[in-house]
Ligand binder design. Sequence first.
Ligand code: C2E
Ligand code: MG
Ligand code: MG
Length: 646
Amino acid sequence: MNISELNLLVVEDDAFQRQLIVNMLHSLGATNIAEAADGQKAIDRVRDTQAGRIDLVLCDLSMPQMDGLEFLRHLSAESCKPTVIIASALDDKLLSSADRMAKMYGLHLLGVAKKPITLAYLKDMLSNYGKRDKKWQAPSAAAPSFTLEEIAQGLRDGQFEPFFQPKVDMRSGRLVGAEALARWVHPSLGVIAPYAFIPLLEQHRQLDALTFVMLQRAAEACRTFHAKGQLLTISVNLSLSSLGEAKLADQIIRMVKQAGVDPHYIVLEITESAAMTDTGQALENLTRLSMHGFVLSIDDYGTGYSSMQQLTRICFGELKIDQSFVMDATQDAALRIVVESSIEMAHKLQVKSVAEGVETQQHWDMLRDMGCDTAQGYFIAKPLSLSAFNEFITSYKTKLAPAAQLKSGREHVKLLVVDDDDFTRSIIVRILRDLGFVQTRDVASATAALLLCESQSFDLIVTDVDMPGMNGLEFAHRIRSGKSHAKADTRILILTGYSNSELLSVALALDVNGFLVKPIVPAVMEEKIMQALNEKLHLRPPLAYQAVVTGLPGIHNDAVSKQPRSGAAIIKQQPAAAPKKHHGVSIPLRQLRAGMTVCEDIYAKDGTLMMKRGQLLTELTINRLHDLSGFLQATSFTVEEASPSA
Ligand code: C2E
Ligand code: MG
Ligand code: MG
């Protein structure tokens, strides 16, 4: 960008300092420089487009009448916002909050300069002008550029469509979803990427037209994948500028439902700055979308201006680590720490971690070792047109071939699905049959299940918890304590959200073989089932299970045993501050091994006792601790090694 082509505005109440900055700008080659002595005059000048549109504002913060902060707020409401440099003599803390504020207002801030400004600093700042986000850089100097009208015409002519980039589960290697990325399939220029149209549409507040085209086409594609038995989730990008629109959530909900897609399968990727926006309207939209089952994802995590506190305000379910961190993390130790701690944070907040920009086997291996859940990037595939993506689905071979992939023998496994919700039950049964579990039965209540068990035996039972009549925990309780015709060691998977720690604590005490969370993703379900089937089950004596109480507040409990509470289940207390007397060593979860004994009580974050000290760790209990890792207070555990004689 040639500085002589820019329209600059210097906002500074002190005439001497103003002149100083103007002189420096002149010496750097600027020719069009307007001046204003306070915020009001500056806003008047910005609005006066006849005098020329202002590209860049250099602005002081302390000024009479309208100060710099108020000026920036007004500026953010303008349809064409100039880029901003803040210059001030205020202390660093104040400058950094001004910086944050400007960004939260959606202004593009080139930098914050502490006065006195130097020529070198100004030159440096100006050289960044026009670079904006790396994300929006054209691939080459010869890349085409378009006017707003050309883009709008292309939209009216239906030339925009989603390309689909696969998302793969890193533990199983299975395809779990795709991100829909906008492409302009131009009649003469070919396929054009978003850098050429999104910034302009967004700047002119016309992005919604594209958003709805993308949503509509992505939802339709999603329905066809599902109809073919591919229960993929589809991600659609949602920008900050759309979230201020009052009707947005309702429109999205209506559109997706009309397309015949369960919103649980639609992920909305919101750029981090968007998710951080402070306005009530955006939060209302996000909350409503989440209430209706949409999964909210924080896109480009790490590039925006988040704080942990703001993060937790939004009910998001996925964190996408930006490719700029991922791609160089194999070379750069500092970036590796950023990526690893982002994954850790996602797990602590119990949301999925997704890495973008996975380009090589090295990236893949690094992320898998860090425990990242999902990968997206050229290593798997570039964004593909719908037809190419359909071909990809059929030809895709898992990146990893875990032992759990063994398909043979599945036809002999006997499964039972117990859920009072007909829709969920039918989806689960369909997935199971697709996965090769052809001997799958299903019933709508625990009572019916117990009855069926009198005449038939099952290898594995998938049961809902909250059901009228007998709840799923009581059902599991009867099986484990030998009070049913089912074998006590029948594998049991519990269908639940990770939202009720008391429920999880009871399930742990009953030695269940895993948890399944809605929406049911086939790859995850397959992995959980294979894990449950292959897990070694060390059952305790029936009496130990009989003592577990399965009636919980808020969960149906008409048919519950009335024994006193015992075992680890549901004792709420914070660990005492008094020093715990234990020997043993503290080791992280991933180093736990069967045969070790836990030397301290293990608590959920809300203080519910999940596992009592003295318990021998088995493969099963360690697997459950992994399942619940994001949910527990501790990330490492004090254990005693098994004695060599044992
Ligand atoms: P994003 O949401 O972060 O999408 C990921 C971008 O990274 C995509 O660029 C994708 O093609 C690219 N990418 C994926 N894997 C790799 C890799 O391994 N290496 C490299 N070098 N790049 C990779 P794309 O398609 O150009 O999209 C750019 C951005 O445009 C997106 O970033 C998203 O923010 C925005 N965008 C795309 N479609 C839409 C849309 O429909 N609505 C809105 N609001 N924004 C969209
Ligand atoms: Mg995205
Ligand atoms: Mg991204």
